[in-house]
Structures are given as C-alpha cells and as structure tokens.
Design a binder for this molecule. Sequence first.
Ligand SMILES: [Zn+2]
Length: 862
Amino acid sequence: MAPRTPRYRLDPGVRPRRVHVHVEVDPQQGSAFRGEVALEIELDKSRRSIRLHAIDLKVSKPRIEIAGRVHRGRVTKLPATGMIAVHFDKSIPAGTAVLRLGFAGRLRKDLCGLYGVSVGKRRYAFTQLEAADARKFFPCFDEPSLKARFSISVTTGAANKVISNGPVRRTERLAGRRKTVHFAETPPLSTYLVALAVGDLEASKPVSLGPTEIRIWHTPGKRAQTSFGLETARECLQRLEHYFGLPYPYSKLDLVAVPDFEFGAMENAGAIFFRETLLLIDSRSATLNEKKRAAEVICHELAHMWYGDLVTMAWWDDLWLNEAFATWMAFKVLDDWKPEWKMWLDFQHGTASALELDALRHTHPIYCHVRTPEEADENFDRITYEKGAAVVRMIERYLGAATFRRGVRAYIRKHQEGNTVAADLWNALSKASGEDVARLVRPWIEQEGYPVVEIRRVKSRGRPALEFRQRRFLEQGARKRAGSRKPPTRWPIPWVGRIGGARKGGRGMLERHLLSGARVRIPLKHTPRFIYGNADEGGFFRPLHDADEIRRLSESLGSLKAVERMGLIDHQWALVRAGQSNIGSMLDLAAGFAHEADADVLATLRKPLSFIVGSLIPNAAPECRAPMQAWLLDHFEEPFARLGWKPAVQEPGEIRLRRAALLGIVGGISESPGALETSASHCDRYLADRRSIDANLADAIVSLGARLGDAALYRRFVDAAMTSASAQEKRRFLLALGDFRDEKLINKTLAFALTDAVATQDVAFLLMRLFANSAARERTWAFTMRRWDRIRKRVPPHLCSYLIEMTPALLTNEYKREVAKFFRTNPVPTGERALRQALERFDWYRGFRIPAAKALAKWLEI
Ligand SMILES: [Zn+2]
C-alpha cells in the first residue's frame, strides 16, 4: 500500500505544468477582483477528483478538458486545510488534462494574497504570496515543489501600470478606458514566487547589466530616491552572476517599492517587492545604517533569484536552504563591493541575536519539521536566517571559500528549475571538497542549540597546551528529565582561535582544530600572551574563558579585531545571564571600552547596559540607579565630549557612527542632563531643517527629544511622520512617538497606532517601541489586552508574534501569568513558539533578578 498523503499535503500524483491566470482587477474602481485559471496538469493514474488550494475565493465553473472534450465538475471546500476538491462524474484518465476554474474575491486588508493599499486618493493592488498565500489570490497547487510555467494576463483601467514576473508581451486596448496586459510566460516557478502589482506607479530609467534591464517602481514623485537602489542592484547582480557562474535567470528585473508591506522584502522572480524604507533612499537625509540595511536587503533578495527561485526547497522544512544562504551571501557580496562598510560587523549583530534566541529551551533546529502553513510561518525567524547564515559561514570557512563556491555552483547548475533537500547540497559540497560534509554540518542543522566551548591552559608533558570541553549552552541551565538516558548533545566544532604572540601588539596567530569529542587537548608552540576562543566570530558557539584569561584579554583589546571585541562583550553578557559569570566582571570589562573606536562594538555594549539600567535597576535595584549612571558618565561622557556634536568637514563615516553610538550611551542610558537638553534643542532644529544635524545622529536625537517632549513637540512629530518626503524620516518620527514619556502622550500614541493613519506594516513596530519604553510598557500591555480584536485586524499574523516576543519586557511573574492566560484564551497560531519563548524569558528573569541586583549593588559598593 502506498503511504497516505498527509492531510495538509496535496496529492503528489497530480502535477501542474503550465498555469494560465487571467485576472480582472482595478483597485481604483473597487476592491472586487475576478478571473479564470487554466491549469495544465499531469496525472500519474486516473482519478475522480482533484484537490488544490483556494482560500476566501468564490470558485466557479469547474471543468476539465481531456483530449479536446470538456467535462463539468463540482467543487467542495475543505476549509481546515485551505483546499478545495473538484469532483467529476467520470474518471479522469492518467496523462494530461486542463483544469479550468473561475474565481472571485476581494482585495484583502491584511497584506497577504492579493491585497489593497491606499495612498491618498490612489488605490493599489499588490501580492505577497509566501509562504502559503497564493491560494488567496487564485486557485492553485500551492506547494513549493509543484513548479509550473505561469502565463499571466490582467484586465484593468487603462491608466494603471501592471507589473508581474515576466516582461509585458503585448497590451490590448479595450473599450471603456480599459486594457488587458499579457505577460510573457515564466520559467518554472513555485506559486509563492508569483507577483502582481497594479496601480498608478512610476518607473525609474532602467540601468542595464548585460541583457538585463533593472528598474525601480514607486508611487508617483519619488524618482529622486531611486539611484542608490539601482546602483546597489546592479553592483550586486554582477557579483552574484560571477559567484554562481550562471547569468541572472529571468528576463528583466523590476524592484517595486510597496507603500504597505508586511515583510522587509519578497523575492518574487523578476519582480522583487520591498518596503519603501528598504529600497528608496534620499541620499542626503538617509543615515549610513539605513543605506547599509537597504543594500543588505536588496542583495539578499537578488541572491534568492538563484538560491530560492531557480533552485527551490522541496518543502518548508528546508526553508533555511533559501534564507540562511541568501542572508550570508548578501554580506559576502556587499563586503566585496563596499569594504569600508564593514558589513561583517553588521552580520555579527545578527549572529548575536540568534545566539541569544538559541540559548532558550524553546528554540528549534534550523531544519524543522513543518506540517501546516502556520508552522511554516513560524520558521521565518532568527534561527532560520541568522543562525543558518552563521552556520553557512562556518562551513565556508572550514572548507575554504573557493571549494565552497565550487560546490554551490555545481549544486545550482544540477538542480536549476527544480527542487532540493539539504542532502543535495551536502553531496555537492562533499564532491567539491573530498570531505564528508554531511557528518560535519548535520549536527548544526538538525540539533537545536549550540555549544559553549570552555578553553583552559594546561600543561601536556611539560609543554603548554589547551584543553577544550564542550556542552550545550542554555540560559537557564540544562533541563533534567528524570530517567532520560539521552546522551548530551555534541557538535563537531571547526574551532579557530586567536593566540597572542609573546610580544605585545599585533593580531597574534590563528590556531585551527576540528574539535569533536567532549574533551580535547591540543599542544601549543609557546605560552600565549592571550587566547581568544572564536577568531573572527567565525563559529556559532560561545567561548568560555576563565577570569585570568578575561583579564589578559582586557589588557589586549587592541590585538582583537572589532568583531571579536563585539563577540567578547556579547559572550560575557550571555554568561552573566546564564549565571556563569558575575555582573561586576562584565562591567569591569565594559569600562575598558570607553575609548572604543568602533561604533558596532559600542552598539553591542549598549545591550547589557540598557538592560541593567532600563529593566533590572527599576525593577529590582532602584538604589543603584544614580551610582550606576554616574559610573557610566565617568567613563563615557569625556570621550563623547571630545568628539563634540558637530562632525568635522570631511569626517569619515566611522567617526560619525561612533558619535551616535556614544550619544546612545551618554544620553539614552546614562541620561546625562546636558546631553538630553542639547539633544532636545537639536531635535527642535532638526524638525525645522533636516540638514541642521548630521543624518547619523538623527535617530538618537529624535528619540531623545521625544523623552522630554511635550504635547507641542508631539504634534510636530505626528506632522513629520505624515508628511516627510522620505520613507526613512516618516518611520523615524512615527516610531519615536513611542518614546515619549508623558502619560497623556503615551495614551495618545496607543490610540493613534490603531487608526488608519498608521500603515498596517507599521502598527506592530510602533507598539513594540512602546513596549521598549519603560514608562509605557505596562500601559501598552493593558491596551493590548483591551483592544486585542482591533489589534488582530491591524497586525498581520507574522508581526503578531513580534508583539508576543516583546512581552517579557514586563518582567514580573504576575505579568507572566497574565500573558500566559491571555494568549491561552486568545491564541495566535503563528505565534505559539514565540509565546513559549516569551514565557521562558519571564522565568529566566525570575531567577536572575535577585542575585544580579545583589551583585550589582555590591560591585557599586552601595
Ligand atoms: Zn529571504
């Protein structure tokens, strides 16, 4: 007997080959749309009925054409699975047939399927179909391995522009100022990569790379903001073609700035959609970080054109094959194009946030079993993206960049236009390297969590040596299961350490070993001045050094790379959180960074400092507030004062970013009255003239300005959020509404967040900002419970889980119980894991609170 197809999966014996979709939609005239779909299918054996996907669509006129004869069918709904079944009176024989269906629906409001967006009086329709929402646009076989060639045609008002995956083949003029646009047939695509945009859009002039024309589409009046995105796309595409050794796989490249969009961007084949902030850049007012982030996302999506679109994972359990690779690739390509951007430091922020999440018991392996679309949606997280990318990078470093690329090229070439599972990649990499790659990498992909590697100096036969021990790193220690005989988790660790030479200065040397046992010893040639246990932060693990080694490292900070200094801070803070190190030793280490030159290192330091000052102290150690802030000012105010507020002429970007990072510590955390007042007056001037300060200070100044701000300033922020010409500025002012501390203004922002003035894509981010504001978080939680029905309507499912993630900011056990109870009664299917993680974080804090508060008071000598 053949195994039964799981309930949530389609019958694998029915495969679409070609899909013709015709849709009539004119968002300017109303939100109804309708169309017909003709699916050319191949059946492996005869059947009386065919299942496919359709949600919230009225499906009509089912019929099937076999060898020129048409048979009528009848449709039943299978709502639990998002499917419909089309039944026929006669058996449909094995072979080919054409299934035809009419469909009708309404433009959605929740940013998925085919949805409507208003910008002033203009109305648009856009698609967002990943993971499983093509079925909300037209009836289809909505699984990634059921690739088909799509021919799309759209009937709409003559004034609308229409964009889809392929180039326009021809446009028919129709009566009544209407037209039908026919697009060229696509290469084989998964349904989630189909795209459509309709409305009053304008295009930039194209730039070309070989035969490929690249355009940016946007709502009217934004052409001046397209040059950065075009240049980035061209530079990245060229490097990606070179990396893969295969030309760009589609016949044109449209980049579309969508005014309301749930995700950062979506890699629709040949028609990539973005949030406006991640594609349109006003070069004069955007910060360097905004440009870097936009470039990273553009490059990530372009990498998907090969890795994801041309070669696609067979099912959502291997989503990481797409996302880990595209995430890593974007940094690699941008580092090659703009080495001065130091993109690997940005990468490290991502790795650090994955290490933090993956230290929870309720984490998941990179490879994750997925049954339903909701479960697939939960996997779009930092484990799949950032941990996945860090593991890809670790493997590349171990195999060597050239060998790794040889394997990737062979993999892409062999599977182009098809689907893969992880083993296909391991096979290609093994062939290229001669190593058993699967044995090395599978524990990292298939086991949850990661190791902490304890490094000790020992003597081996009278000579210096290192001893390594590994165990799983958990923020709350290991869970003891009675009677569990499962052996402890181990990883094969491609270890690279930095070993300080005998003389002072210099970067030291790298030592490489593949550590596979629980305990390993390696001999050294000399007694090292220091040992840093994760060179370049190239490995996805935490090194654990003893107190003497930390002291040696603090004396040799100049010998570590910036990325290693970031790692050192982050690992030490994690060890403090896990109760394996003392909060005082962390702050002693922090003191050594007062004159730190690199903004990313300072940004890393902000995380522990702001948790201590913004959460631990108010909740558990209020008497520490003044001495702690005084200590911070003692160390960081002077370096900030030395830089001054105004950049020197031609001052390099690095120093500008350092100034902004220091202001975050001096103004944001230490609350220096001088820095707050000066920020407020700069904020005032910035509102009147956006060039009055260096753009890189804008985020800090606007946020600090809001802290002291009154109702008059609030009104000016709302006005700027509504009317600024640049998407980044709009976002900056909108989110800063969440930073006001005045009670009345907090209430105002809460109410405002749910009005239509805030785009659907931004509602969750504004509420998250309020959760991060210590003066607003409790009020925000009460509001969330009270207005939950409306919040569910305004916050798309994926972003709902972000809100759940913010709840541990409430800290106390009473709130934990309330959060647990509330989401038990009001479940969020895409946020179940996020909820378990949030509750675990509450538990962690309960254990951390008292010992940490005591240790802090002791260290401050109060
Ligand atoms: Zn992606």
